[in-house]
Design a protein. Structure first.
Length: 93
């Protein structure tokens, strides 16, 4: 799983290096992470949002708002029920 300044997060096959899915965003993607069951991806974006994606379909499931500056990092809790984010606005949510 990679994030990029080309406005994408990409899911790769680690065995052969082929691209599995491209998750397209409206702005830079600073970081991304799998849920512990690998069913979802969370991405932290320059547009002040956090996005949750279905890994099988590549569909956007939800967009989270609340930060006032770019979101630099995000990850799922171990039980998958929560997401924590860190932003340039000096907050963690």
């Amino acid at each position: 799983l990679t994030s990029s300044l080309d406005n994408t997060a990409r899911i790769w096959n680690v065995t052969d290096g082929t691209l599995i899915k491209t998750l397209r965003h409206e702005n830079y993607v600073h970081s991304c992470a799998f849920s512990f069951d690998d069913k979802l991806v969370v991405s932290a974006c320059r547009d002040k949002t956090v996005r949750i994606w279905d890994t099988q379909s590549g569909q956007l499931e939800r967009t989270l708002y609340g930060h006032t500056e770019r979101v630099l990092n995000s990850c799922f809790s171990a039980d998958g029920n929560r997401i924590i984010t860190a932003s340039w606005d000096h907050t963690a949510r």
